[in-house]
Design a protein. Structure first.
Lengths: 427, 706
């Protein structure tokens, strides 16, 4: 036990872990070129062990672990850091710098861990004049069955896309049927069916009968998303109600949800981007894209929106633009993309990134603490060294005094300015 | 007397640098005055002088033009200032087109265009610089090649294809300059036709019908157009409604409209001031635009007449009239656009003073002083002092340039790769001088001179891409974050480089001389020069030689090195850490995620981790002097990868500076650093500083001075 403790506290471990971290980040970044930002991140940084899936050797395929993953290195670093912190912690002025630095790093790592676990990213994409009461996930999809519950309300049963594997059978107490997934693909294109060219349709019900699905390879880069599809067969009382094609293409192209009639009871279904309902509604009033005069260099992107909150009776208009997000109801809305409606080029569209991150303050505080800590520590070294090097004669000199004044001035100004901006009093 | 030498040399160089402050004498045409006329280009106000220099940098990689390639004879080559060249392009394009100011290096491209590839006196060519007139007959071929090349992804294009696209861009730039003040449109229209631009069919049809010509006597033509505009407009309306009209008037009017439309190319600099200086001070227009709006009834802007007047005087060679017209126009602008003209004058002065060029030259002189110092190490202390003084001078000029740029842009010092390079040089120079102040062993001064010189050289090459004071794209348009995150993280880069550079010096001096542990001998010094030249690192050789004479004061120079590297690494850790976290906070404020594993973020994080690793390895006693030096050299690779390499990956939000040919340079740099590390890892017995029985290896214990 003592040995493990000593091992965890050792500087040697720190150095080895730092070296591994440097290599991990380097390889992980290179992998982004081939794998795409998101996938490389999953494989290298958000994993315990980096596994090489496709090693081909002696005619066989192997999966081999090739590197400790980000979680493993990060956790070990964190544990070692905490252990060393406990072991070496002493209340002395000349240790203040070291303590603050390491405490701040622990805070930063904790904050990042919390963010990883708690933060949720989604986005709202709407056209000018459109109102939305929900945000959508930028990657995940869900299969929704919607029943009219009266009084303008809907009752919705959603199945995450991760459950829609080919051959799966899904039941839910609120659904009057079993969903059998006949076919599922991660990404696809659709086109209209040519009656003579294409064979018989897989779908026997709904718009899917007129469409052909062309499977596509999984999208890798950060900006494009997968548009999956599934053929689902619905079974009620041992009988098939038919096979439907569902894909986010349909709502994207503006077609209404397909209706399923189960003995008089009407349900709507669609495979759509995963939704997060919000307790308020947002209307996009106007988009503006400014450019520098005489060039096509973008100067600003700005969305004017109206927020109407039924609960708090709040109704107001705000501008969301570059570096100026809206923080509301625990969510933060950022200007993400801007474009023109495909059908009506006069009508602007805008996408807002929506982030819920309860631990957003951690890096702010951590940065302060570490910066002050490092500063104190290195200053200590420097003063000691200069004392030896230059001797006492220079200590009280004009240079030393002006240096101290400059130091305080610059630091004070930076911290002051930074803090002002942090709390939104920017000039 | 020797005491005075440093000051005398300093004075000479100060005078050299101050020389640029004085404007050149006006002989006939007052280029100085014309060059300060404001224009809005690249989204910002700038003097015509800047427009001309940037155009020439893109056309021939120099800030000035040449009149011909002939080395003798009546047509002998003469340097033309950028403004003089631009005036000619604007007002006497037929002459400017014959001057060889477009540089083409790609051999295959020269062959495609049937241009001479070798210097040839008889054909009056240097094989490198060509005139627009030489390229024009081959334009269709160029356009066809460019069409094919444009279909290929930038990272897959061959050097030939890149050269083709580059030349097409240069030609278009030349067209824009020709069409600033008067129409020179026949080639533009031919180009437009060849490009089969969508949406322009009607316009091209009309152009075919009316056959517009280039301006011959623009002042008269413009006045005729303005006088006949209402009649022309009436004729145009009548013809649309199918009513009777004067066909001659209509054709002439249409011909002019086509010319004006063709002048208003994409990205055309806006020469004519806003008609509403109070309400919309930025609403400047191109000449074509301004005339078209005059044709639809609004009052023609006086600037149109002013430029026509200048053009007329210039064509006729009436210098006095030209100068008077330029002065009149400036005086007219003054009350309404005072701020704009003041800024233009400032920028023109900045261009003329060329602080970075002067600083570069002085950095070389600093290094030369140190080399001379080596030949007389004991009696030559005055040379070291000279080096320090000159380095201070260079630093002041360097800083002056930096500050002027900040004032002109209204921005913090670092806004793009160019300014980052300039700032890194500045910061490294300051750090080097601080080291020199503390140790006085000439190592710091070498750091300052060499890093200062190299970064300014890199900046010079980055400037060839165009305007270095470009506008900041939407998300970057925030002075707060540019002043905090960008400046601090760049300081982190700069200091990591300084530490790495010290590591290089340590390895070279340690291996090839005994200087790290004992005072050096002259033979050893000669050996180091030869040896480093062999590994083809002339710069390192220069640096190494420079450090040799560092007086015998410091016996354990390896200790001094280690302390310097350690101190700088502490500095680097602080700044790279704070800078990187601030970047995260910026990202949190503008994209909603603190950390997104973007390549640039990862690069910055690697620098932080590496610096921290060095410190912990040192604290844990895992490395001593030599290990520290080697780790610091790795820092060079890490920083360069983060600074340039991550931009080349072409992924993520920070891939703003796409560079391709630099890839080779990056790889070469990394290899050179790896070679140095390999050298640094050689067993200590082959290190001259630790060889023989004289000393214990430093990894095992404290090295002993002999």
């Amino acid at each position: 036990m003592k040995l493990i403790w000593k091992f965890l506290c050792s500087l040697r471990l720190t150095v080895v872990l730092l070296a591994l971290a440097v290599l991990l980040i380097f390889f992980g970044t290179l992998a982004q070129v081939d794998e795409g930002l998101w996938k490389a991140q999953k494989i290298w940084f958000e994993s315990w062990i980096v596994i090489w899936q496709h090693l081909q050797l002696f005619g066989g395929k192997f999966t081999v672990p090739i590197f400790p993953g980000g979680y493993l290195i990060g956790t070990t670093l964190f544990v070692g850091l905490t252990a060393a912190f406990i072991q070496r912690f002493t209340w002395r002025w000349d240790k203040l710098g070291v303590n603050l630095t390491h405490g701040g790093v622990i805070l930063l790592l904790l904050g990042q861990l919390l963010t990883q676990e708690l933060a949720l990213e989604s986005y709202i994409e709407f056209k000018e004049g459109e109102t939305k009461g929900y945000a959508e996930h930028h990657r995940d999809n869900e299969l929704a069955f919607i029943r009219d519950a009266g009084e303008g309300r809907d009752e919705v049963v959603v199945i995450p896309e991760s459950m829609l594997r080919t051959g799966a059978e899904i039941r839910h107490e609120k659904l009057p049927f079993t969903v059998r997934v006949k076919e599922h693909g991660l990404n696809c294109q659709i086109r209209r069916r040519g009656p003579m060219v294409d064979g018989p349709a897989t779908a026997t019900q709904g718009v899917g009968m007129q469409l052909v699905v062309e499977p596509r390879a999984e999208a890798k880069d950060m900006d494009s998303r997968n548009l999956p599809y599934a053929y689902i067969e619905l079974l009620a009382g041992g009988n098939s109600l038919g096979t439907w094609l569902v894909t986010p293409w349909l709502p994207m192209l503006g077609s209404a949800a397909q209706v399923i009639d189960v003995s008089g009871q009407k349900l709507r279904t669609e495979l759509r981007f995963e939704r997060y309902y919000q307790p308020f509604e947002m209307t996009l009033l106007k988009t503006s894209h400014e450019q520098y005069r005489g060039t096509d260099i973008p100067k600003n992107f700005r969305s004017r929106v109206r927020v109407v909150d039924g609960k708090t009776r709040e109704a107001r208009e705000v501008d969301i633009y570059m570096n100026h997000p809206l923080r509301y109801a625990g969510l933060t809305f950022y200007q993400a993309r801007m474009g023109k409606d495909q059908d009506d080029p006069q009508r602007g569209t805008s996408a807002l990134q929506v982030v819920r991150n309860p631990s957003w303050l951690a890096p702010y505080v951590g940065c302060y603490v570490v910066a002050i800590g490092m500063y104190l520590q290195f200053r200590l070294h420097l003063v000691k060294f200069l004392g030896q090097r230059l001797g006492a004669t220079r200590r009280g000199g004009l240079g030393a005094i002006s240096a101290r004044v400059l130091e305080l001035g610059v630091l004070g100004y930076l911290v002051f300015k930074f803090t002002l901006n942090l709390f939104g009093y920017s000039s | 007397m020797k005491k005075l030498f440093p000051w005398i040399i300093f004075a000479v160089f100060a005078a050299y640098a101050a020389g640029g402050l004085r404007p050149a004498k006006v002989r006939d045409f007052d280029w100085e005055k014309f060059g300060r006329l404001p224009v809005m280009a690249n989204g910002r106000f700038q003097p015509l002088d800047s427009l001309a220099r940037n155009a020439l940098l893109q056309l021939r990689e120099k800030g000035e033009a040449i009149s011909s390639t002939a080395l003798a004879g009546p047509d002998q080559q003469r340097k033309m200032t950028a403004t003089e060249w631009l005036t000619e392009v604007m007002f006497k394009p037929e002459v400017a087109e014959a001057r060889p100011n477009i540089r083409i290096d790609n051999l295959e491209l020269k062959q495609t265009l049937a241009l001479p590839v070798e210097p040839d006196e008889t054909k009056n060519t240097d094989g490198k610089h060509f005139s627009y007139a030489q390229i024009r007959p081959q334009f269709a071929a160029l356009q066809e090649q460019a069409r094919q090349a444009a279909g290929v992804k930038p990272e897959l294009q061959s050097p030939y294809q890149r050269a083709v696209l580059q030349l097409l861009k240069q030609v278009q730039l030349f067209w824009r300059m020709e069409n600033l003040a008067q129409p020179r449109v026949t080639d533009v229209l031919a180009g437009l036709k060849g490009a089969s631009s969508e949406g322009a069919e009607d316009f091209l049809k009309m152009a075919d019908e009316v056959k517009p010509q280039n301006a011959a006597d623009w002042k008269a033509e413009m006045n005729a157009f303005l006088d006949g505009a209402s009649a022309g407009r009436a004729a145009l309306m009548a013809s649309r409604d199918g009513k009777p009209h004067d066909e001659k008037v209509l054709t002439a009017f249409k011909r002019d409209l086509v010319r004006l439309e063709a002048m208003s190319m994409k990205g055309q600099p806006l020469l004519i001031p806003s008609a509403d200086p109070v309400g919309a001070p930025e609403a400047w227009r191109g000449t074509g635009d301004a005339l078209m709006s005059a044709a639809s009834g609004s009052t023609p802007h006086p600037a149109l007449h002013a430029y026509a007047q200048m053009g007329d005087a210039f064509r006729a060679g009436r210098a006095a009239d030209f100068n008077a017209a330029a002065a009149d126009y400036l005086a007219q602008l003054q009350p309404q656009f005072g701020a704009v003209t003041t800024k233009a004058v400032r920028e023109q002065t900045f261009n003329r003073v060329a602080p970075f060029t002067h600083a570069m030259a002085i950095y070389v002189a600093v290094a030369l002083c140190a080399i001379c110092f080596w030949f007389a190490p004991v009696s030559g202390e005055w040379l070291r002092r000279t080096a320090v003084l000159l380095c201070l001078l260079a630093l002041v000029i360097h800083a002056g340039g930096l500050v002027t740029r900040m004032v002109l842009e209204g921005r913090p010092p670092v806004t793009n790769l160019y300014s980052a390079a300039v700032f890194i040089g500045f910061a490294a120079c300051v750090l080097g001088l601080v080291l020199e102040m503390v140790w006085r062993n000439s190592i710091g001064i070498i750091v300052s001179a060499v890093i200062g010189f190299i970064t300014l050289l890199i900046a010079h090459h980055l400037a060839l891409a165009g305007d270095t004071m470009e506008m900041m794209r939407a998300v970057l348009d925030t002075n707060f974050w540019l002043a905090t995150h960008v400046v601090i993280v760049t300081l982190g880069y700069a200091s990591t480089y300084v530490a790495g550079f010290l590591g290089i010096l340590f390895v070279i001096i340690g291996i090839f001389t005994t200087r790290l542990t004992t005072p050096f001998t002259r033979n050893e010094a000669i050996a180091v020069t030869a040896a480093t030249a062999v590994v083809s690192l002339p710069l390192s050789a220069m640096m190494a030689v420079n450090t040799l004479p560092a007086t015998a004061r410091e016996v354990n120079m390896d200790k001094a090195f280690a302390k310097m590297i350690y101190a700088i690494t502490c500095f680097a850790s602080l700044f790279s850490f704070v800078g990187t976290v601030l970047g995260g906070i910026w990202a949190d404020q503008s994209w909603g995620r603190f950390w997104g594993w973007d390549p640039k973020e990862n690069g910055a994080l690697i620098i932080v981790l590496w610096n921290i690793l060095i410190l912990h390895a040192r604290w844990g006693g895992m490395v001593r002097e030599r290990g520290l030096a080697n780790l610091a050299i790795v820092g060079n690779i890490v920083t360069t990868w983060s600074f340039f390499g991550t931009n080349m990956l072409g992924v993520g939000l920070h891939s703003y500076g796409f560079m391709d040919q630099e890839r080779v340079a990056l790889i070469a740099f990394v290899v050179s650093q790896l070679v140095l590390i390999a050298f640094g890892s050689l067993p200590l017995r082959v290190w001259r500083s630790y060889g023989g029985e004289k000393t214990d290896p430093p990894a095992g214990g404290t090295p002993q001075a002999a």
